[in-house]
Design a protein around this ligand. Sequence first.
Ligand SMILES: [Zn+2]
Length: 295
Amino acid sequence: MFPWLDTCFKQLGNRIAADKLHHALLIQGPSGLGKSSFALQLAQLLLCKARQGDKVCGQCQSCLLNAATTHPDLHVVGSEKQIGVDQIRDAIKKLVSSAHMSGAKVLIIYHAHTMTESSANALLKTLEEPTGNTFLLLTTDKPERILPTIKSRCEKLALPLPSLDSTLTWVKTQYDADIDINFAKLFSARPLALLAELQEEQSFTYEIFSAGLDALLQGQTSAMQLAMAWQDSADKVLKWTQYWARQQCTEQVSETVWQLNLQATKVTQQLRNPGVSKTLVLTELLDKLALVKAA
Ligand SMILES: [Zn+2]
């Protein structure tokens, strides 16, 4: 288990041992924190036939099936875009059929906030009338989008966030090169997201982005010039602009930050259109960004 989630996982292990785990957990936290991994390991712990505390035995038939990702009593649903009602119905059907392994049965729903209203309604009955030894593990980074009827039937589990120091300590065990501290700050509570960004092939680095912004804010370059230079990395410019905006969120600039975020959302949509001029939309975005700093 990731070090920042270890204590929380141990506590759940104790509750499983005492037969006191709620049958439905809503596991919350930002993306890149490790929620999926947490849910999966919790499911594997529930399924293990010879667990010891928060550790699976690794040798029972359940553990071997889990290692092969073929456990018949572990069901997984998830989509970053939309979880349709058929997916939920199908999963529930499998879940309520008798256990293949005469042990626990687990359904994991990743990105639970993408369930449609009908999907959520299809899940309600199972949440309301749980059958014995059946567990539902829902994960989300947008709990505000989950219907209240679902929320009220789950135990909310907000995963602890790591400090910047623990994030860096862990990332350094996985990544063997220098890490720009300002870049790391953009991801402070999202170690997996930071690692993924670092591992991505980077010809357009955050240092280049950051130096460009400084030049823009000091009037040494224009939004248009940057947009032209950066148009091939439009997705990254957009993403980093949003992270950057989040960091600027103090009361004084909230209105302009809000405007910048609106613009970023608009640009995200515009960039999906293959005919759009990237230079133009990025220029507009960078112009808005310059206003945030001026505010
Ligand atoms: Zn086992």
